[in-house]
Write a protein that binds this ligand. Sequence first.
Ligand code: ATP
Ligand code: MG
Length: 421
Amino acid sequence: MKLQSIRGMNDIFELEARLWGKIESISRKVFAAHGYTEIRTPIVENTQLFQRSVGESSDIVAKEMYSFSDRNGDSLSLRPEGTASVVRAYLQHSLMQDKAVQKFFYLGPMFRHERPQKGRYRQFYQLGVEVFGAAEALADVEVIQIQDALLKAFGIEERELHISSLGCSVCRPPYNAKLKQELDKISDKICEDCLRRKEKNPLRVFDCKNPNCQELYKGLPKMMDAICGDCQEHFADLKKGLDALGIRYKIDTSLVRGLDYYNRSAFEFVSTGEVLGAQATLSAGGRYDTLVENLGGKPTPAVGFAAGIERLALLMQEQKDSLQLRPDIYFVLPDDSAWEIALPLAAILREHGHYIETDLQKKKMKQQMKRANKLAARFVLILGESERESAKAILKNMEDGQQREISLDSLEQDLLNLLSN
Ligand code: ATP
Ligand code: MG
């Protein structure tokens, strides 16, 4: 049997991995500029955590989780998303005691048993934030602004923000009852998943990916038209903040989130380019004011988002070329007597952050030169026998082909000077 990675789980390497590194380092900068600190939670949690947060009516819990019993017989799951674990950690470590408002970011792999396709995988990576303790729409505005700043910093210009309100515990139950009545009338026409949603959380039918269902739901009453006064005020503040920032948005009355725990603001940044096809949502999130309490804490308002790194990377492919690593100097070592000079010298230059490449295979000099060329080294340092005898080395500038001799006595300092320019 040929050993292969699991379907929908990818190896990321070379330039793609460098692109991911770029995405991560930009993200860390943007998060730091907004005062978000990192939280790293385990990849495996008790299955119950997701059942009680993401919810039984979600596709994720109903049919996408990687759950298994461990050797003690406990039911564990690979995390399908990040929020549940962050809330668990927030409660477990009583993090509300440190600060009234807590702001976290995370980066890492998530697991869902979905049908793999472009932009949709079974192991995928998310970056995201969670804010605890702020009920005001200003927090929602900040979370949206971070996504906007990230996408801008990634060079993703073709994007659109969609927003909606999902109501609250006052206005959603009566709306849900009315919606269920309407769905009952067409229950012979809707898909099996929607039948399940109809019973558990009717609002979620709007998230169905089935075009037939989407068509049927066009005429149904919308949550946005039924939100209460407080929710209307909250939504008005959200718009006011976005307007102040000059962040354009579209109000999308059928935007709901795929997880059960959201209330009030829901938002998504969607790619308007061609690349992603049906998987165009780049980042998504919303407010979840009841989740902390549902998981055993005090009532704590919260809001967050998560973005899919694979989808971001798919839109940044043309940035890969500029991420190619070029050696500053390629050391050509014609024989092993050169090691005594070359190895410690390379170590010192590398300590200063310069990229020094050498031959690791005792190849012939000509092949070493070839490799230096292939790697597009800026300079080549040749430590040949005859040069060493006259206490010199040859430095070749690969861009203009110029060669010069450098005395071994001053070699280290000369190269450090050269590379710091
Ligand atoms: P979708 O509607 O595309 O299935 P979702 O509503 O399930 O997304 P969330 O759970 O809110 O998405 O996740 C936030 C982001 O994470 C998505 O916008 C997307 O960029 C990314 N994402 C979600 N599921 C996957 C997946 N299976 N593969 C790759 N990226 C994903
Ligand atoms: Mg999904």
